[in-house]
Design a protein around this ligand. Sequence first.
Ligand SMILES: Nc1ncnc2c1ncn2[C@@H]1O[C@H](COP(=O)(O)OP(=O)(O)OP(=O)(O)O)[C@@H](O)[C@H]1O
Ligand SMILES: [Mg+2]
Length: 334
Amino acid sequence: MTSAKQYLKPILEVKNLSVSFNTENGKNMAVDKVNFNLFPNTALGIVGESGCGKSVTALSIVRLLPKPSATIEAGEILFADTDILKLNPQQLCSIRGDKISVIFQEPMTALNPVHKIGKQIAEVIKLHNKNLNQIEIENRIIELLQKTEIPDPKKRINEYPHQISGGMRQRVVIAIALACEPSILIADEPTTALDATIQAQIIELIKEIKLKTKMSVIFISHDLGVIAEICDKVAVMYAGKIIETGKTADIFDNPAHPYTKGLINSIPTLKQKRKTILNTIKGMVPEFASSIKGCKFENRCSYAQPICKTKEPEQILIEHDHLVNCLFPFSVKN
Ligand SMILES: Nc1ncnc2c1ncn2[C@@H]1O[C@H](COP(=O)(O)OP(=O)(O)OP(=O)(O)O)[C@@H](O)[C@H]1O
Ligand SMILES: [Mg+2]
């Protein structure tokens, strides 16, 4: 059990983060004044449709934004009181992959097709544990492959990524991410490229690892159903902003923002095909949303009032830990 004390101080604080892209059509604020905290031994879900700014937020934390098109306009990302945005490349290396690991949607992009799986895991282990000998490294590889429930680990070590299935490849990527026992794992849509059964297995695996290692997780998905499986808290993103945050149960039982309600309604049921996922929210996430004066969801919102066009909603406290940016939220408790 985690003591209440552990919850007092966040392990990661994202403060007022704004990131822009230079595009042919001008500056696009992909992430706009985003704030959130990640607490030890908890999982935070970031959810929103395609283009909302989830990956740009994740990439900012590990400073892997595309150069030179992306610019961090403002903000702080505090990890153990150190601002990641102020670190030099050497200092960054001691955090990225060591304290904070990331896994992405497509495992093949994280794996080198021409190297055997064992070699790829060994490289990461060696990078962060310089004193281990060959036998210790091999034992550690086997241990990691067992931890990620990869059958027959001794055989896998000598295989190439293309020789194993997509689900197994994602397990290898998770093994690499865990090689340095990070305090934070950022998983950006890690199961989207996999079929439903394998997706459920990978989610179960991340849940188990989180339980055993007590690491904190940021789990990014466009599917609130998947987030609910794994996360204690949820941050809902829309057009570069977090528009609602709260404990997962509160978000589901008591959604305050019409967009959150829309996302809940679009969780596919067993009978539906996954393709129907976003059908219930009509329209698209606007680009260049920072130029929109009022609420950025106004043009898609069935509950919008005339004032929503001109007044940007400020953050309102619904109840403890549950915050929303909406002028007419569903559930204000008095
Ligand atoms: N390399 C890039 N160049 C220009 N604009 C970009 C680039 N990467 C992202 N953007 C813009 O930043 C915004 C946020 O993109 P981001 O990739 O964070 O979305 P996302 O929420 O992760 O979406 P998805 O669910 O599709 O992964 C989008 O408007 C996108 O067009
Ligand atoms: Mg993304």
